[in-house]
Design a protein around this ligand. Structure first.
Ligand code: HEC
Length: 467
């Protein structure tokens, strides 16, 4: 009796909503029979996105995006709220999983040549989705609202400010004003929880519709190049001959992988927990060691390693070129062989990308901060002299690039310690030792300074006291 009623109720809902009529054919659409484990990364990305949506909404219940409340509410989430620490961990490792899966998915599609005719738009929407994922990572970091988070964004804004023509505007838009503050946080929050997720949902929808429209690309075979005139007919014939319904013949792998990934993310969240919150942001403290999360770290390393003067060009043309190349890839190679065995350059490209990003990542972990390669000059007021050893020393401080790594009253770079009040902490003899010998991340100047230059430099540094 109860079973009968239940069945009727389910049947009624299904009929009125037309669920199985619409979703059924989608789920049972035919896929090539040999599309196996290689094909799970796309659905895994979607799965990671779902982790992010669920954990993100849960975090938003308690998080307050205001400059005064963000830090305390995060402390509350981390230490007091039930499962709060676990949730933050989920969201953190979920983000990593998503970046990783997007990367694997892209690499697989690229290696298999699946971006070729007729799936060009699948690839292009995918590249946009990659951009959204990175944007989510970048904006999400600031919401942590601790020293590291804040300084990472300051660096990024500083970099953006150097883009010719539109740099000022980009920096001001990013920060929501001239400096980083409450307005920046509100802005990043809106981007992180409304704009980009909405765009992501929309483009995932489109991406999936395109997958249904063109079908899942069959694994490539050597000697079977894509010919736009015959491809579609061949593909249909292949499906007719040996295709399998997506559900359940192929989908079980996606389900297994997705469940495994969720378990791994949950385990990491339990064992390692979220990244620790640093000190609350304080623009006057620069002892922080700002490093963006791992998937953005390599890019900071690029900026840190670029030779003097090329940064500006790179900032604009680097990402633009890579983005354009990626988007246009299907038009650069729309047909022909798909098998990686016949496309050695594709394999080399993937290996090279992985190696370069890996190497940059290692460098990025070591270099906490990029020297500031185009610091403003010290003003006469800061120097406090217009001639004599102190003045000459201040000139040298700039000529010898000390200022690239050291701040003096807010001007300069942040790779080394702030030297604004160095004379209060360091004896004359210790200054000389440091300059001559260098230190961790500081070059030694003993061999490059002419006689007298060292004296002048020290004379300048000796004026740097609070009194
Ligand atoms: C590539 C970046 C870089 C450059 C260029 C550089 N420094 Fe440094 N400097 C550092 C770092 C990093 C430290 C910390 C070294 C350590 O802890 O061993 C440091 C330490 C110092 C210290 C000691 C500060 C303290 O609180 O103990 C002094 C003084 C100093 N630098 C002066 C100079 C002068 C003068 C120049 C130019 C001639 C210069 N630096 C150039 C990175 C740099």
């Amino acid at each position: 009796m109860i079973r009968e009623t239940f069945k009727m109720a389910v049947g009624w809902v299904d009929d009125r909503l037309g669920l199985s009529a619409t979703l059924g054919p989608m789920l049972r659409h035919l896929v090539p029979h040999d599309a196996r484990w290689w094909y799970v990364f796309g659905s895994a990305t979607l799965c990671a996105f779902m982790i992010q949506v669920v954990s993100g909404v849960a975090l938003a219940f308690a998080y307050s995006p205001s400059a005064t409340d963000a830090y305390p509410t995060l402390q509350f989430i981390t230490h007091d709220a039930p499962f709060g620490n676990f949730l933050r961990g989920l969201h953190y490792f979920g983000a990593s999983a998503m970046v990783l899966m997007v990367g694997l998915h892209m690499a697989q599609v690229f290696l298999f040549g699946s971006y070729k005719f007729p799936r060009e738009m699948n690839w292009m929407t995918g590249v946009l989705l990659l951009g959204f994922v990175l944007l989510m990572g970048f904006t999400g970091q600031l919401l942590r609202w601790d020293q590291t988070a804040v300084w990472s964004v300051v660096v990024a804004a500083e970099q953006a400010g150097r883009i010719p023509l539109i740099g000022e505007w980009v920096a001001r838009f990013t920060l929501g004003g001239q400096t980083l503050g409450g307005a920046t946080l509100n802005r990043f929050f809106a981007i992180h929880v409304f704009i980009v997720p909405a765009l992501t949902f929309a483009f995932i929808g489109l991406h999936l519709l395109l997958v249904l429209r063109h079908g899942v690309a069959e694994p490539p075979k050597v000697g079977e190049p894509v010919d736009p005139r015959t491809y579609r007919a061949n593909y249909q014939a292949l499906l007719k001959k040996s295709g399998r319904p997506f559900w359940p013949d192929a989908a079980w792998r996606d389900v297994v992988f997705c469940v495994g990934m969720i378990a791994a993310v949950a385990l990491l969240a339990l064992v390692f927990g979220p990244p620790e919150l640093g000190k609350p942001p304080d623009p006057s403290i620069i002892e922080a060691n700002p490093r963006p999360d791992w998937y953005l770290l390599w890019y900071f390393a690029v900026l840190a390693l670029l030779p003097h003067g090329t940064e500006k060009v790179f900032m604009v043309f680097g990402p633009l070129t890579v983005g354009l190349l990626l988007i246009l890839l299907p038009f650069l190679a729309p047909s022909g062989e798909r098998s990686p065995l016949r496309r050695p350059w594709a394999v080399v490209g993937i290996l090279l990308t992985v190696t370069v990003i890996g190497a940059l990542w290692v460098v990025g972990r070591k270099s906490p901060w990029s020297p500031n390669f185009s610091p403003e000059p010290l003003t006469a007021k800061i120097v406090g002299a217009t001639s004599g050893p102190v003045f000459v020393g201040a000139q040298l401080f700039q000529e010898k690039s000390c200022i690239d790594c050291h701040l003096v009253e807010g001007i300069g770079g942040r790779r080394g310690p702030d030297l604004t009040y160095i004379a209060d902490n360091l004896k004359r003899s210790d200054m000389i030792i440091r300059i001559v010998n260098g230190g961790v991340n500081m070059p030694s100047y003993g061999a490059t300074l002419k006689p007298g230059e060292l004296e002048n430099l020290v004379a300048f540094l000796e004026t740097r006291t609070k009194h």
